[in-house]
Design a protein around this ligand. Sequence first.
Ligand code: SF4
Length: 597
Amino acid sequence: MTRTTCPYCGVGCGLAVTEGVPMGDKAHPANFGRLCSKGAALKDTLALPDRLTTPMVRGREASWDDALPLIASEFLRIRETDGPDAIAFYVSGQFLTEDYYVANKLMKGFIGSGNIDTNSRLCMSSSVAGHMRAFGEDVVPGCYEDLEEADLVVQVGSNMAWCHPVLYQRLMAARDKRGTKIVTIDPRRTSTAETADLHLPIAPGMDVLLFNGLLVRLAETGALDQDWIDNHVSGFDEALDAARRSAPSVEIVAAATDLTPKDVRNFYDLFARTERAVTLYSQGVNQSVSGSDKVNAILNCHLATGRIGRAGMGPFSLTGQPNAMGGREVGGLANQLAAHMMFTPGDIDRVRRFWNAPNMAAQPGLKAIDLFEAVADGRVKAVWIAATNPADTMPRAARVREALAKCPLVIVSDAWPTDTTALADIVLPAAGWAEKDGTVTNSERCISRQRVFRASPGEARPDWWMFAQVARRMGWENAFAYRGPADIFREHAALSAFENDGTRVFDIGALADLDDAAYNALAPVQWPCPRPGHGRTGPRLFARGGFPTPDGRARMLPLSVKTEMAQDDYPLTLNTGRVRDQWHTMTRTGRVAHLMG
Ligand code: SF4
């Protein structure tokens, strides 16, 4: 039996594979044996036809020995003639942490640009920004058990029943036992909303106003935790003043959000009187021009009531992809370095010394939207797209397709053909989910192993191997001489602990010395897990403050309300959603007849 992890969503369910058939792993702390319809159908996706099995260079079959030196020499040439910022990587929350680590190291430490971003940008970068503004670091303070120990669960912009089904099942089971009250805030009446005690069909984009109003109501009704605010929070007065300006009364909030005053008051009073409250949020909050403000509006209410880091309470961002969290840990976003370090002079120098990097990037690179704009206008002359399909998934996808069509060098690594591989000069065959070894991190900071249980077809190879091979051919043999994912993971863990005196919460130093056998056998483990005596641990964080900010306090933010509603020239307001049994652009699940049915 092989223990591994489901590749579809941020719940991160464990699988036990026997004779090639994945079943729910009863021992995994995310799912305790449960699976949703997609996870249960994984066995039907293992042998899908049309796999990419050999490198292709400009439409012709090639060998790795043709493709890799060509990529390396082109990168060196472009770097020489146009500078490092003329090269970009666009990677994926489907990457394993080890894939991410190597790609990020190559771009930010050796090519010398910040130009690596991930499709997780479209999924949860608003939560990253919100966490960093409030807590000083991108940290989810709670764990899945909080959903089972809460008396109130507020779901904001989250159709959990379809998008995080196993976690939703856990919540429903807990509700049967303890009578958890559930409030769903969503413009659509989703399956999730139908089972809520109260559904607030909010006008699109009005979440900041609704939560500003909640903050005002908490202050009016004596529901604030003044001691906690005094000891652990800065910015409270400014945040409350701003909230009062935009949301002075329930009636004004109700009118602006298209809700009834009765429903708004019910929600506010339920939140005010229920200490064990968890606020879950997902793409309806994140995918928005004011996504980060929406996150901070939610965090403000939890900080003002001290409901954070204790059993059954806290704000909780649900990540979309299986390893969106792992990407955040290693700097998969263009504005981060690695191991939760940022582009500050101290962090740049620290990472440079750890990597012995010859060309350390000194500033953030292009974020996803800007990256493809730079491809379109010719500033980026070579782009490597890995494990993602931006020709379909990016906003203004037609413009992305046009940009790729005229880019001098497009490299795409993937397991199956997509609309993006069709636009590539060089296609690299990637090992698929069941063929890859490494780690992923789910929404509750739990690191799980993904293990191989099928051989790769043809010439398919893991993504980390491709990036390392190109790096070695660019002249950085020693820095990328990894024998396998265990070597990469040890380096990643050591970097998290490097000169970390407890100031960075992300510390997995206790895992830096795992030998290969221990890495292979690694059971699910939640971070932080520093070397003994070197920092905090635990499934919940910040109950007693100690935020990774210069003064140790969390920051409440004054938030104004920006309109997202349709303008005269754009009379429709559209919203995104997910189809329950399908994954992303349906490149896998769309081929399974009963899921399509
Ligand atoms: Fe996979 Fe998510 Fe379903 Fe779990 S809930 S089986 S991780 S898709």
